[in-house]
Design a binder for this molecule. Structure first.
Ligand SMILES: [Fe+2]
Length: 412
């Protein structure tokens, strides 16, 4: 019942957005026949929506069949289409406002000039035509065609490239107090894989084999592992085979998507069916000696207030001696604030997906945190925010999916 209501609301909103967009297009384009266009457009969008919906519902059964590829192409393009609406509508509105302003100023200027001419030449009561400096019809025709097409073309490119591009980033972290065991130690960070509609089991295989090629000592998965819970058995199987090839094993923490889907089922399966270390506000000692090394992991259940974060990190660090070297795994980079207060040398985070659409170094969509992508240093602490090894919305610009390879060295 709840699912049905969500779908009805979702479809109503989608229909309102596309019809609103069509209304704007007919207003700017002024076609001779309006109704057939409306109907065809609505039918087209309904058919598209139903196709993509079918893919979402039957992705698991379709996987591996000849139809699967076509559905994934539809799905990626539907994301691109949605994003192009998001882009084109405000740009069109902005251009229409600019057009109105420019014409208004130009008309005033032309009128006052005509007034002065009429006063000089002493022609009274003559009918002075008001010019239209930018032809209205030409303007709307050009803008109405160019902006949506450019938005659709750019979004489609960004969606298909975003879906297929993956980068391996090598990050070196130096510390003057580095424990001997961490010298040249290599950790691979995978974050926000989101196995599901955008990242299927083949993509997951590719991610795991790219991680293996780096020959890490250890792998950490910093949350948002899976969206399509029906694929959990296969994911567990693949993670078990994968972790057998990682000398010091794999650590896993929870992201908000685990809570959004079925956190109990996911945690239960990962704990029972894989050898992964599941760190839910807990820690694990990974090296002993004079200065032991611990990995601590905090959960992220969408409760973002400071008190909640404080409580989680306090539990996660409990039992760790003060002289230990701590690596904190936190899905949301907001925890860096608490990590700085506690002098934690390294925090590995994700969640933001790097902002996904980055123009001139700035994410186009606000991420709600100052720690969006890459490395941040404050006092004695460093935080690294992974771009997301996967995603659930494939549109990406200047922000490819990322596997981070972390190595440590002695000194700054
Ligand atoms: Fe995510």
């Amino acid at each position: 019942m709840q699912q049905m209501i969500i779908e009805i609301v979702f479809f109503t909103v989608l229909a309102a957005v596309v019809l609103g967009f069509w209304a704007l297009m007919t207003y700017v384009w002024k076609p001779k026949r309006k109704w057939p266009g409306w109907v065809l457009y609505l039918l087209f969008i309904t058919a598209w929506f139903m196709t993509v919906r079918y893919f979402f519902l039957h992705q698991v059964e379709l996987f591996g069949t000849p139809y699967y590829l076509w559905f994934t192409l539809f799905r990626t393009e539907s994301y691109a289409f949605a994003f192009s609406l998001f882009l084109a509508v405000p740009v069109l509105l902005l251009l229409v406002i600019l057009y109105a302003m420019v014409n208004r100023i130009a008309r005033r200027w032309a009128n006052s000039k005509a007034q002065r001419v009429s006063e000089r030449t002493d022609f009274e009561n003559q009918d002075i035509p008001t010019p239209d400096p930018i032809g209205r019809r030409n303007f709307f025709r050009t803008v109405g065609a160019v902006v949506p097409l450019a938005a659709l073309g750019g979004s489609s490119y960004a969606a298909f490239v975003g879906q297929h591009e993956i980068t391996i980033t090598h990050e070196r972290f130096g510390y003057t107090n580095l424990p001997d065991g961490l010298k040249h130690y290599k950790i691979v960070q995978l974050s926000d894989i989101h196995v599901g509609p955008s990242i299927d089991l083949d993509d997951f295989d590719e991610i795991l084999s790219l991680a293996l090629k780096e020959k890490p000592n250890r792998v950490v998965i910093t949350g948002d592992l899976i969206d399509r819970v029906a694929w959990l058995p296969q994911v567990c199987e693949k993670l078990t085979a994968f972790s057998k090839q990682i000398p010091d094993g794999v650590d896993y923490i929870l992201g908000n998507h685990e809570y959004h889907y079925d956190v109990h089922h996911i945690v239960d399966s990962i704990k029972k069916k894989t050898p992964l270390n599941v760190l839910i506000n807990s820690n694990i000692q990974i090296m002993g000696g004079k200065q032991p090394v611990y990995i601590a992991g905090v959960a992220y259940d969408n409760k973002r207030d400071k008190d909640n974060r404080e409580a989680m990190i306090t539990t996660a660090l409990s039992g760790i001696p003060a002289h230990a070297f701590v690596i904190l795994l936190a899905h949301h980079p907001e925890f860096f604030e608490e990590a700085v207060e506690r002098n934690i040398p390294l925090t590995l985070a994700g969640h933001t997906h790097g902002g996904q659409i980055v123009v001139m170094g700035q994410p186009l969509v606000p991420t709600g945190t100052p720690y969006t992508k890459g490395r941040y240093t404050e006092k004695n602490s460093v935080c690294y925010v992974n771009n997301g090894t996967g995603h659930w919305f494939p549109v990406r610009v200047n922000c490819p999916r990322e596997i981070t390879v972390i190595t440590f060295f002695d000194g700054k």
